[in-house]
Structure formats: structure tokens, C-alpha cells
Design a protein around this ligand. Structure first.
Ligand SMILES: Nc1nc2c(ncn2[C@@H]2O[C@H](COP(=O)(O)OP(=O)(O)OP(=O)(O)O)[C@@H](O)[C@H]2O)c(=O)[nH]1
Ligand SMILES: [Mg+2]
Length: 202
């Protein structure tokens, strides 16, 4: 797949033509953001996980994610080289409402985002989608399929989340490197399509 023609304000690496792009991995609590950064990163990712305690149970709404033992309190960071000329720096957001105040600074300079959605708990990602729209960050929606997720047609989920037709909605398994990489490739193509449309309308 040709990702080289992607026109963006990334920073060329010293002595080469590699462009670096900041990409956010966003979404609601427990949708698999840290899992995706971990599975896809070429380097050992930096994570800021803290143990979920009984004391936070009222805040942490564990319905549907009962096996979850840790939560991101600040951010996840990883990177992936999509090809010789395109490096993505991945920033995973915290999912819990009490850490959302961190989102503003975190998105600065981001070229695009993946919004992860757990179809068993759609509402947990509403706020993330609204934030992308409010901060004007282009995004794709990735449906992270858990073993007990029901299979829904993508268009049904698109309607339920009120996602416009031009925004890609793709299914993935955040634990799987190839699947997570495909999501990032879909995002890059979406960004390319958007910049082509913007150039045409000039
Ligand atoms: N079966 C399955 N489990 C997953 C998948 N993605 C994540 N998990 C599990 O779901 C739980 C939540 O994953 P995390 O990656 O911590 O989710 P998160 O979005 O980073 O969570 P917060 O940072 O707390 O918002 C973990 O126990 C993962 O092992 C998936 O694709 N399939
Ligand atoms: Mg996390």
C-alpha cells in the first residue's frame, strides 16, 4: 500500500526523509487502548498503568470489563514505522472520566486519532468521539471485538454512534499486531483522502 505520498506537517528525521506523525489512540474506559499501543509498537511502550482497587469501583464502572485489573492514569506511548518514510508516534489516552482533563494538552500536534469502541459498551466511547469533533481531530473508529461481543453489521454501529459516512469504521482485535496495524493504515488513508479533498476545494 502506498503511504508515501501522504502530505502532512511531520518532521523529517535527521539525514533521511522519514516523516513523524503524532497519532492518538483514544476511546472510552477499558476499550483496549493500552492493549493496542502494546501490540503494535516497535519499541517497548511506555505505559502508566495503576491497579484498579475496590476503593475506585464506584468510579470505574467495571460492567463488561470485570477481568480488568489495571487502568491508564496518564498516557501510553509507543511508536511504529509503517514504512521507510513514515513513523507514527502513538499516544494512548486515559479512559476514565476522572483523567479526561489530561486530554487537551495530550492532543496538541496530533494529526489524527483512532477511537476504540467496545460494542458491548458503546456509550463508553461517546465522549471520545465528541472530543475528536470538538478538537477537530480527524479520526477513524475501530470496533475492538471481544470474545463475547455480538456481531453487528458495521453500518448498525455507525448509525448507533452517529458516525458520518466519510469516517471509516473498521473492526479489529487490539491484541493482534497485524490487526492494529491495519487500523493505523486505515487512519493514514483517511488522512490522505481528507488532504486530497482539501486540496481539491482550494
Ligand atoms: N478479548 C479481548 N480482550 C481485550 C482486547 N483488547 C483488550 N482486551 C482486554 O481488555 C482489558 C482492557 O484493556 P486495556 O488495554 O487496559 O484498555 P484501556 O482502554 O487501555 O483501558 P483504560 O486505560 O483503563 O481506559 C484488558 O484486560 C485486555 O487484556 C481484545 O481485543 N480482545
Ligand atoms: Mg489504558
Amino acid at each position: 500500500m502506498d503511504l508515501n505520498g501522504f502530505d502532512h506537517p511531520g518532521r523529517p528525521a535527521a539525514g533521511g526523509t522519514t516523516r513523524s506523525v503524532k497519532v492518538m489512540i483514544a476511546g472510552g474506559f477499558g476499550t483496549g487502548k493500552t492493549t493496542m499501543v502494546r501490540s503494535v509498537s516497535d519499541i517497548k511502550p511506555l505505559t502508566t498503568e495503576e491497579t484498579l482497587t475496590q476503593a475506585s469501583a464506584d468510579d470505574d464502572h467495571l460492567i463488561g470489563v470485570a477481568d480488568k485489573t489495571e487502568t491508564t492514569v496518564s498516557l501510553d506511548f509507543g511508536k511504529i514505522s509503517l514504512n521507510d518514510s513514515l513513523m507514527l508516534y502513538l499516544f494512548g489516552t486515559p479512559g476514565q472520566e476522572r483523567f479526561w482533563f489530561l486530554w487537551n494538552g495530550l492532543f496538541e500536534g496530533a494529526l489524527g486519532a483512532v477511537v476504540l469502541v467496545d460494542t458491548r459498551r458503546l456509550a463508553s466511547s461517546f465522549r471520545a468521539i465528541e472530543e475528536m469533533e470538538r478538537q477537530d481531530v480527524p479520526f477513524v473508529v475501530a470496533l475492538n471485538v471481544f470474545p463475547d461481543s455480538k456481531e453487528y453489521p458495521v453500518e448498525e454501529i455507525r448509525d448507533a454512534l452517529d458516525i458520518p459516512a466519510h469516517i471509516p469504521v473498521v473492526a479489529c482485535d487490539a491484541r493482534d499486531r497485524a490487526s492494529s496495524r491495519d487500523v493505523l493504515v486505515a487512519l493514514i488513508h483517511h488522512l490522505k483522502d481528507r488532504s486530497a479533498v482539501a486540496l481539491e476545494s482550494r
